[in-house]
Design a protein around this ligand. Structure first.
Ligand SMILES: Nc1ncnc2c1ncn2[C@@H]1O[C@H](COP(=O)(O)OP(=O)(O)O)[C@@H](O)[C@H]1O
Ligand SMILES: [Mg+2]
Length: 286
């Protein structure tokens, strides 16, 4: 049984005419790390909210089709039931801050407090997750007095500490520099290797190619493509639908037009694959 099973989902926000998601079907297996890409307004956040149960339990509107997460059909359950399985990291980390706590440490412990986790275990879990997300030195800071990137790490930590079966992340690296982005992708990959199921809306295609198992591309609320990262991320359909592609893909595509890219080789997404392709081409030419 798939961990996330969405069938023919159509969703319209309250007081709007056209659906934000149209006939979306997808499956995510346990432990899979899946990226969602798409232009602004394509429906990435809406899909994240739906998988996390915020739609239809927080945002009303009209939902048709089936959304089953960890065996629970979201329309026929409560948000309280769903949040035991799914953690959502919001696009804007500011929205994640509880407003109830004065320090980052307390902020991260907050969710566990609410679950009534014993103090000893709580401390262990909070310390571990803070080290993992690289925020140990922020423990005593106010959650509000942080940079955007620091807030994103805190938001991630406050969800990871809950150890959800399914982790949904909405552009969790948007305010991070390349080093921070790599660290966050590595942490999430490690979680996925340990069996956590991960769905992540993200723009950074080179990182997606390096770390994820599958990519779902959305366009105007519909699934445009889904499949292996190397396949989806090099599709000529992406630029036609306003989705950014890797500069390495663009260069290699241009080179292929000049017969400078090995005919049998798929187009690259990462620098390493681009270099390998060009070096291979040069060797064959000699
Ligand atoms: N709360 C809302 N109420 C009404 N329409 C919304 C709301 N949030 C998003 N939308 C609309 O739904 C569509 C998808 O938006 P969104 O899921 O935020 O896209 P993305 O995250 O890919 O940028 C857009 O047309 C957007 O205007
Ligand atoms: Mg969004």
């Amino acid at each position: 049984m798939a961990m996330i099973d969405v069938q023919d989902l159509t969703y319209t926000y309250p007081a709007t005419d056209s659906p934000a998601l149209k006939n979306v079907s997808l499956k995510v297996e346990e432990g899979e790390f899946v990226a969602i890409i798409g232009a602004n307004g394509a429906g990435k956040s809406t899909l994240c909210y739906t998988i996390a149960g915020f739609i239809p339990h927080f945002f009303a509107g009209t939902l048709n089709g089936k959304v089953e997460v960890a065996g629970i059909e979201s329309q026929h359950s409560t948000l309280q039931e769903l949040v035991l399985n799914v953690g959502l990291v919001f696009q804007n980390p500011f929205n994640q801050i509880s407003g109830a706590k004065f320090t980052v440490y307390e902020e991260i412990a907050f969710g566990l407090e609410n679950l009534g986790i014993p103090r000893e275990e709580m401390i262990k879990r909070v310390d571990k997750v803070m080290a993992l997300t690289g925020i140990t030195d922020l423990a005593k800071r106010s959650p509000y007095a942080l940079s955007g990137g620091q807030q994103q790490r805190v938001a991630l930590a406050s969800i990871l500490v809950m150890e959800p079966k399914i982790l949904v992340l909405d552009e969790p690296t948007s305010q991070l520099d390349p080093i921070g982005t790599r660290e966050v992708f590595q942490v999430i990959k490690e979680m996925s290797n340990r069996g956590m199921t991960v769905v992540m809306a993200e723009h950074k295609v080179e990182w997606i190619a390096e770390f994820t198992d599958k990519v779902i591309a959305l366009s105007r609320g519909e699934v445009l493509l889904q499949g292996p990262p190397a396949e989806v991320l090099t599709s000529p359909l992406l630029p036609q639908h306003g989705i950014g592609i890797s500069r390495y893909t663009a260069v290699a595509r241009r080179a292929r037009e000049e017969n400078l890219w090995p005919a049998a080789l798929p187009l690259p997404v990462t620098l390493d694959d681009a270099v390998a392709g060009f070096v291979g081409g040069l060797e064959n030419a000699h």
